[in-house]
Write a protein that binds this ligand. Structure first.
Ligand code: TUI
Length: 310
């Protein structure tokens, strides 16, 4: 099996989450320059934005980076072409199955890494030619599946030949080592990168992550088929109350329309969707991306040796 650093040509076996409206060229380049695999998050944007952002990222780093395509996006098919035209090296996908694009991407030599929340989907992705998968536990922020990282990773590692990259609940060396102990060959992180200098979200977003406790996330949209984990606020609580009282999906959707942008760009504490993972409670300060990657990986083997199991 190919080592994840060889697959991505990175120093650290780390992928940045493809956070929609957040993962710009600025964040992706910072992660790639620090030794991980930065991603431009295409979610929420059209193909022209993605093309421009790829070119910006090429100007900001000589290191490899990728693009995450949110497959529920109406622009997904066009973006799938743009990544080929622009010579993108790695594509990760979320919120769906990238099967129809796989052949074109593989022909272009793109390393394809679907983000999946279940073993069944992962097996399908491997059969279709994926080079690795990100196994995303329900601890993650944003659109999630049901299984926890703890149970998902070993089951996926046993079921697949390609490398499994763990996501959901990782924000320090303990999380990194746990992921590897469970059979992962790499990690993907999002939440811990929200609280970085280079992350282009409103300061209110960063501070909300830093102030969060372990129990401060909730999952909205369970009834809609697209559950989304966010930091608790007025809108999220209202949403949950309304769905508890049987309010129609269309009404609920009106409430959340544009809410991610309200969080990211306006820092609207009451009416924004502050997507973030359960590990927010562990994130206590704003650092540079480089500091975060060093914090996660430097001396990780010495740390492992210091653990006493019995
Ligand atoms: O995609 C994510 N996380 C996301 S996408 C996003 S933007 C958004 N905003 C509002 C509503 C929905 C999306 C915010 N966070 N993570 C990867 C992920 N993929 N999680 C779950 C899945 C997934 C779900 C179903 C992958 C495949 C899948 O397949 C269904 C099928 O059979 O096609």
């Amino acid at each position: 099996m190919k080592n994840v650093n060889e697959l991505f040509k990175t120093k650290y076996p780390l992928i940045q989450g493809g956070m929609a409206n957040i993962a710009t060229a600025q964040l992706a380049a910072a992660v790639s320059n620090a030794g991980g695999l930065g991603l431009i998050g295409a979610g929420g944007y059209d193909a022209n934005w993605v093309r421009d952002e790829i070119r910006k990222c090429q100007a900001l780093t000589d290191q490899p980076f990728g693009v995450n395509i949110m497959l529920m996006s109406p622009h997904a098919a066009e973006i799938a072409k743009v990544v080929v035209e622009e010579g993108v090296k790695v594509v990760t996908t979320g919120a769906g199955s990238p099967g129809i694009y796989m052949e074109a991407w593989k022909k272009a030599g793109i390393v394809v890494v679907p983000v999946v929340p279940s073993v069944a989907l992962a097996i399908r992705m491997e059969r279709q030619g994926a080079d690795a998968v990100v196994a995303e536990g329900t601890e993650s922020g944003g659109h999630i599946g049901e299984s926890t990282t703890m149970s998902l990773i070993p089951q996926m590692a046993d079921a697949l030949k390609i490398p499994v990259i763990a996501a959901g609940g990782i924000a320090d060396k303990r999380g990194v080592l746990a992921a590897f102990a469970l059979g992962a060959k790499g990690i993907q992180v999002g939440t811990v990168l929200l609280a970085t200098k280079e992350c282009p979200v409103h300061d209110n977003y960063k501070n909300k992550v830093i102030k969060a406790k372990d129990t401060d996330t909730v999952v909205t949209g369970r009834g809609s088929g697209a559950p989304v984990r966010v930091l608790k606020n007025k809108m999220a609580v209202e949403y949950l109350n309304m769905s508890l009282h049987g309010v129609a999906l269309e009404e609920l959707e009106k409430l959340t329309l544009g809410s991610l942008r309200r969080a990211v760009f306006d820092g609207d504490l009451d009416r924004g969707s502050f997507m973030a993972g359960q590990i927010s409670g562990l994130v206590k300060e704003i650092r540079t991306v480089k500091e975060v990657l060093e914090y996660l990986f430097d001396d990780v083997n010495a740390y492992k040796e210091s653990l006493e199991v019995m």
